[in-house]
Design a binder for this molecule. Structure first.
Ligand SMILES: [Ca+2]
Ligand SMILES: [Ca+2]
Length: 425
């Protein structure tokens, strides 16, 4: 009891002392020394005013990452490309990714059926075969083969990874388990009427669902009107839930897929349609958009922001140009956010919005290229999605894809066998 009373007395004393120490006059009114020749009085006045204003201001709320991003729109500098792994080369590489488990590893997909894995280090001098699927892949025509790879978001626990390849009859999307060669479970397959336009990109969205690009089936001009036909798997971006299953499927249809439970014969896996050959798409998670590059027919290449249920126009439109006659109201079609005409390029390859740290100037910029012209561009999207496009380089490379590692660093995949990075000069 005694101790408590003493503590209280000391506390009261301290409080009163601190009160006594408070100056009677506000600090701002104290004249300050100035090294300038200006009259002291004037300077004092100005300072007093400024400080008073500051005190009156509301405390500033912290800016969101997105607001900070928009504060620094893309301002390109000079870039060059560097060979990321000088000792390594690959057989028709089509993709690069990481597994979300071990950041020191990089995986490269070879069209001919192998997935290679190696140390994410420029001195890496050998790559192991992670899996060899060449025994079940059909390669006839230029656009068939092992086309896509995605690791399950929970790969570190379940060891699941997903592949997209073509066999004799069409497209196959399968699940495999790390280290178990006989573990293939086919989730989905659909016929491909022609050898080209097989899509092939697969990736998990921030919603945990697997997104799949299918391609319009091929030939030229989409002769079977697959892309506009919602009863066809072709010409679409599909979306499935691999963590659940339904009676007749090894997966489930997400609740908000646009054609879920329809009675019109539409494919319930459809997320978006009216696409020709979406060759690589990616999520810009900071902006909250899904960006897909769609390869054009003879005149125009395009980039789209893919929305749930959107019709992206093919084959009524090629980019912003009319392609075929149709009764569909063109106002219902989603227009591309960016296009370029031939011969600036003739086959667009979608990339990624750069969120790495090695090239600060590229931060928040969507990097993509053209397979035929070898050009590479940076597309900046403003807060209202107004695009600004800048050519970064004109190369001799054949960009078959782009990829990112665990640190969000961007890689350029050259179909001729090498992997490159962009470097600020
Ligand atoms: Ca095809
Ligand atoms: Ca389109």
């Amino acid at each position: 009891m005694k101790r408590i009373i003493i503590i209280i007395i000391i506390s009261i004393f301290l409080v009163s002392c601190s009160t006594v120490e408070q100056p009677d006059e506000p600090i701002v009114s104290t004249p300050i020394e100035t090294p300038l020749d200006e009259p002291t009085e004037e300077v004092t006045e100005v300072v007093t005013e400024e400080v008073t204003e500051e005190v009156a201001e509301e405390p500033e709320t912290e800016k969101s990452s997105l607001e900070k991003l928009y504060d620094h729109p893309f301002s390109p500098i000079e870039y060059s490309i560097v060979d990321s792994f000088p000792s390594l080369s690959f057989d028709q590489p089509l993709y690069l990714t990481h597994d979300g488990k071990d950041p020191s590893k990089i995986y490269v997909v070879e069209k001919t059926g192998k997935i290679k894995v190696f140390e994410n280090n420029s001195s890496a001098d050998s790559a192991d075969v992670y899996v060899d699927l060449s025994d079940r892949i059909s390669l006839d025509g230029n656009e068939k083969g092992l086309l896509g790879l995605a690791f399950h978001p929970n790969y570190s626990e379940n060891g699941y990874y997903y592949v997209y390849y073509t066999d004799q009859s069409g497209s196959v999307i399968s699940r495999l388990t790390e280290g178990v060669p006989d573990s293939e479970i086919v989730l989905l397959s659909y016929p491909q009427p022609y050898s080209n336009h097989n899509g092939g990109h697969i990736t998990f969205g921030p919603d945990g669902y697997l997104y799949i690009a299918s391609g319009d089936g091929g030939s030229s001009g989409d002769p079977k009107n697959n892309a506009q036909d919602t009863s066809s798997y072709l010409g679409k971006i599909l979306r499935i839930d691999v963590d659940n299953s339904e009676a007749d499927r090894a997966y489930a249809i997400p609740e908000d897929n646009p054609f879920k439970d329809n009675n019109d014969g539409a494919v319930e896996e459809i997320f978006a349609y009216g696409l020709r050959n979406p060759w690589r798409f990616s999520f810009d998670e900071l902006r909250g958009v899904l960006i897909a590059a769609d390869v054009g027919q003879n005149k125009m290449e395009e980039i789209n922001l893919i929305e749930n249920g959107g019709n992206y126009g093919w084959n009524i439109m090629e980019g912003t140009l009319d392609y075929t006659q149709s009764n569909v109201d063109k106002n219902t079609l989603k227009a591309p956010i960016w296009t370029y005409e031939h011969p600036v390029g003739k086959s667009i390859t979608g990339g990624y919005t750069y969120y790495g740290s090695e090239n600060q100037s590229l931060y928040g910029t969507y990097i993509y290229g053209d397979f035929i012209s070898g050009k590479i561009w940076g597309l900046w999207l403003d807060a209202d999605q107004t695009p600004q496009n800048h050519e970064l380089l004109d190369t001799d490379l054949m960009f078959s894809s782009f990829g990112v590692d665990a640190d969000s660093e961007l890689y350029l995949i050259d179909y001729q066998g090498k992997i490159y990075k962009l470097e600020e000069n």
